[in-house]
Design a protein around this ligand. Structure first.
Ligand SMILES: [Zn+2]
Length: 334
C-alpha cells in the first residue's frame, strides 16, 4: 500500500511560518561579506574563531567586530541588512541583543547610541514589516555598577523601543545573583527579564536566573534537561527557553547535534523558541535552525509551529503583532 496522499506528504514552507527571533546578538547578525568589506575599508582584520571551546577567543572576535562597527554608517548598514535577512526568513519580530555602551565614542554617549539604534530599527523595520524591540544586554564580565547603570538606561527607554534586559557572556565565575539589582531596576520599569543561563553552567544558574533575576525567558537554558524538577518548574511557569542548537554544538554545550535537548524540553512541556544566537560565528541564521530542528531533531510541524508561537507570545512585541501572528501560524498549520 502506498503511503502518502497529497495531503500527508505536503511539506510546509518554513519561510512562511511567522516567527520571532528572540536570541540574536546585534553585532553577530552582520553578513560575512559586509564584515569583510567594512574591515578592508578600515584596515581591520577580525580574527575568526578557530577553537570554539575557547570562550576567550570568542570574546576577542566579538571585540574585533565592534572595532569595525565603530562608524555610524556601518552600524546602520548592519541593522538594515540584518533586518532584511530576518524579513526574508519569515521573521515578524526581532528582539535584538543590543549593547549601546559599546558605541559611546561613536555617538557621544550610550544614551545617544541607543536613540540612534532605536530610530534606525524602527525606520527600517517599518519599511520591511518587521517589528523590532531591543534587549539591552549586560556583559556579566563587567562590574555590577556598570550593570546597574545600563539597567537604568534600559529602564529609561521602556516603552520607547527597549523591551527587555539581557545578561550575556561567560556564566562561569559570573553568577546571575550578582545582577539582582540591575534586573530589579529593569523589572520595576516593566521590562522583561531575559538573561542567558544554563548554557555553560548547570541547572543551578537557571534557578538563580529565575529566583534572583525574575527571568521571564531564559536565553539557552538547555542544561535544564539535567533536572526533571527544574523542567517541571519551567513548564508550570511557562518560562520560554530561547534555544540555539548550532551555537550549543559549536561551543561544546552538547557533543552531537542530534543529542540536542530541544526535543526533551518540548516533551517535558517546556516552551522553547528557536534562534541563531550569533550567525556570523556559527553559520546558520534562524531559518536554517528551524530546518535543522525539522530535519535533524525530527520536530513535527505542530512542534515547529508551537516554537514559533512561543517565540512570538513570549517576546516583547505588541499585542497587535501577537494577535496577527497567532492566526497566521494557525493558518500555516491548517
Ligand atoms: Zn547568546
Amino acid at each position: 500500500m502506498t503511503t502518502g496522499t497529497e495531503t500527508d506528504t505536503v511539506v510546509r514552507d518554513l519561510t512562511a511560518l511567522p516567527k520571532a527571533h528572540l536570541h540574536l546578538h546585534m553585532e553577530a547578525a552582520i553578513r560575512p561579506e559586509t564584515l569583510t568589506a567594512m574591515g578592508d575599508e578600515l584596515g581591520i582584520v577580525v580574527p575568526m574563531i578557530k577553537d570554539f571551546d575557547d570562550f576567550t577567543q570568542f570574546s576577542d572576535t566579538y571585540r574585533g567586530m565592534l572595532a569595525v562597527l565603530a562608524r555610524e554608517e556601518n552600524l546602520y548598514r548592519l541593522i538594515d541588512e540584518s533586518l532584511e535577512d530576518c524579513a526574508r526568513e519569515g521573521v515578524v519580530y526581532v528582539e535584538f541583543g543590543a549593547s549601546p555602551q559599546f558605541y559611546t565614542e561613536t555617538f557621544g554617549s550610550a544614551e545617544k547610541a541607543l536613540e540612534a539604534m532605536i530610530d534606525r530599527c524602527r525606520t527600517t523595520g517599518d519599511r520591511l514589516g518587521v517589528e523590532v524591540g531591543l534587549m539591552i544586554t549586560v556583559d556579566r564580565t563587567e562590574s555590577v555598577a556598570d550593570a546597574n547603570e545600563l539597567a537604568r538606561l534600559a529602564a529609561a527607554f521602556a516603552g520607547r523601543g527597549v523591551v527587555s534586559l539581557g545578561l550575556a557572556n561567560d556564566e562561569r565565575g559570573n553568577p546571575a545573583e550578582r545582577y539582582e539589582e540591575a534586573f530589579r531596576i529593569a523589572r520595576d520599569a516593566g521590562l522583561l527579564s531575559t538573561p542567558h543561563a544554563g548554557e555553560l553552567a548547570g541547572p543551578d544558574q537557571i534557578e538563580a536566573a529565575l529566583d534572583a533575576l525574575g527571568a521571564d525567558r531564559i536565553l539557552h537554558g538547555v542544561t535544564a534537561v539535567q533536572s526533571a524538577e527544574l523542567m517541571a518548574r519551567l513548564a508550570r511557569d511557562g518560562i520560554c527557553l530561547d534555544v540555539c542548537p548550532t551555537s550549543n554544538l559549536l561551543l561544546s554545550v552538547i557533543d552531537e547535534i542530534d543529542a540536542h535537548p530541544l526535543r526533551q524540553l518540548l516533551d517535558a512541556g517546556v516552551r522553547c523558541s528557536i534562534n541563531a544566537d550569533d550567525p556570523i560565528l556559527f553559520g546558520p541564521n534562524i531559518l536554517a535552525e528551524y530546518q535543522l530542528a525539522r530535519d535533524v531533531l525530527a520536530l513535527t510541524d505542530e512542534e515547529l509551529a508551537a516554537c514559533a508561537w512561543s517565540s512570538v507570545e513570549c517576546g516583547g512585541g505588541s499585542a497587535a503583532l501577537k494577535e496577527r501572528a497567532k492566526s497566521d501560524i494557525a493558518a500555516w498549520l491548517a
